[in-house]
Design a protein around this ligand. Sequence first.
Ligand SMILES: Nc1nc2c(ncn2[C@@H]2O[C@H](COP(=O)(O)OP(=O)(O)OP(=O)(O)O)[C@@H](O)[C@H]2O)c(=O)[nH]1
Ligand SMILES: [Mg+2]
Length: 248
Amino acid sequence: MQNDYPCSGVPPRIALVGNPNVGKSSIFNQLTGLNQTVGNWPGKTVELAEGTLVFEGATIRIVDMPGTYSLSSYSEEELVTRDFLLSSAADVIINVVDATALERNLYLTLQLLEMGLPIILAVNFIDAAYHKGISFDFKSLQEGLGVTVIPVDASSGQGMTELMGAAMRQLRSRGGSRPPRPKYGKEMEYLIADVARELHAGNVPLPDGYPIEWISLKLIEGDPEVMRRVKLPPDLLARVSEKTSAVG
Ligand SMILES: Nc1nc2c(ncn2[C@@H]2O[C@H](COP(=O)(O)OP(=O)(O)OP(=O)(O)O)[C@@H](O)[C@H]2O)c(=O)[nH]1
Ligand SMILES: [Mg+2]
């Protein structure tokens, strides 16, 4: 099966997302070589490098995102990345993590999963990790997160074919195999569902592509950017604040 993608005619796009210095650009260079251009995301000052590669006969676009530790809305990089990902600009996300600092890197992974995005995990710096004597149970990691995990070494290019193979499988599933959202305690899950119900019942306009449960979670957290973009009628705002403060 080749060239069989959701938007026929437009090459699918894969975004490389991860903490600063985890090897996103190295993977980008390994995959795209010299086929690169640099552009700005509309209305923002952050530059995004885009390149193309041909894999299994299909043309694929790859975007190298700026490094970010989180997807809250406190820096331009975070906001650009978040907007880009939530606007469905990428068909698949390769979340690049540093194998020598896996636990710290997985904080961003959880945020991507919260957003309901189709991610696969590239565990980079695998050479450095093995050198340090760190070993991994990739099967448990994969099962625990519900995402495909591929060990890679961007300095040598090891694992790139496997990584692209996994990305292509995700592309071909047409969004049908999105990983599950992480679940919180019973009380929090109840609150998320409750706020989502209120948004739905109140016919509140939501930004395109933003999952309603994610919006609910962000409203509960008081995320300033989501509060700005989702215009809650005053009575609904009061009810949401009341629910939120009852738990917090
Ligand atoms: N040993 C080893 N070095 C790597 C690997 N991947 C990247 N590097 C090195 O790590 C450094 C950072 O890599 P980059 O590709 O620039 O990382 P980045 O994620 O694009 O960084 P930012 O764009 O600043 O967020 C470079 O010196 C790379 O050569 C790897 O798998 N193994
Ligand atoms: Mg980079």
